[in-house]
Design a protein around this ligand. Structure first.
Ligand SMILES: [Zn+2]
Ligand SMILES: [Zn+2]
Length: 175
């Protein structure tokens, strides 16, 4: 459940908690991802504090061999959600001076969708790998070296490098 009605909990004393199962799909950048886990909601003096661990998996492209790979993510969520309406009086509530803080809407719905989007974006690796020791593509022929040897000479034997090394050694000797 990503949209949680907290009207009851807002009337409860500070410290009151409840748990909510999450097993939903969230649309992120045009793709639906499955998110699972559990969050605990705690009533604080000014908000509902959401804490929990959610699990998801993204389909990414390996940064070394360019093969599709699935990347499991763990989202450790800790966020305060501020009510916009006073549950007792119906008056609108001033929000804290925190840019981008999450709010509970006028129907007392706490929506986890945006937090999940943000946490997913933050935990997505910049350089995903299909496996820790991915061998990548051959720089000469582009063959995926996870599938075996392509037959190109190793770069150490490249004659241009040998020539360059001689040059380096010579210039070092001149110093
Ligand atoms: Zn790879
Ligand atoms: Zn090659």
């Amino acid at each position: 459940m990503l949209q949680i009605n907290v009207s009851q909990q807002l009337k409860e004393p500070i410290g009151a908690t409840r748990s909510c199962e999450v097993n939903d799909t969230v649309g992120i950048a045009g793709t639906d991802i499955q998110v699972e886990g559990e969050v605990t909601l705690t009533r604080t003096d000014r908000s509902i504090l959401v804490r929990g661990t959610l699990y998801t998996e993204l389909e990414l492209i390996c940064s070394r061999c360019l093969s599709p790979c699935s990347c499991p993510l763990t989202l450790r969520i800790v966020e305060e959600y501020f009510p916009t309406i006073d549950i007792m009086t119906g008056a609108s509530m001033p929000l804290p001076d925190e840019p981008g803080c999450f709010t509970i809407d006028k129907h007392h719905i706490l929506d986890l969708t945006e937090a999940i989007r943000q946490y997913t974006a933050l935990s997505t690796p910049m350089k995903p790998l299909c496996r820790e020791n991915c061998a990548g593509l051959c720089p000469s022929c582009g063959y995926n070296r996870n599938l075996g040897e392509c037959g190109c000479l190793p770069p150490d034997v490249d004659p241009r490098w040998t020539a360059l090394r001689k040059l380096v050694v010579t210039s070092n000797n001149d110093l």
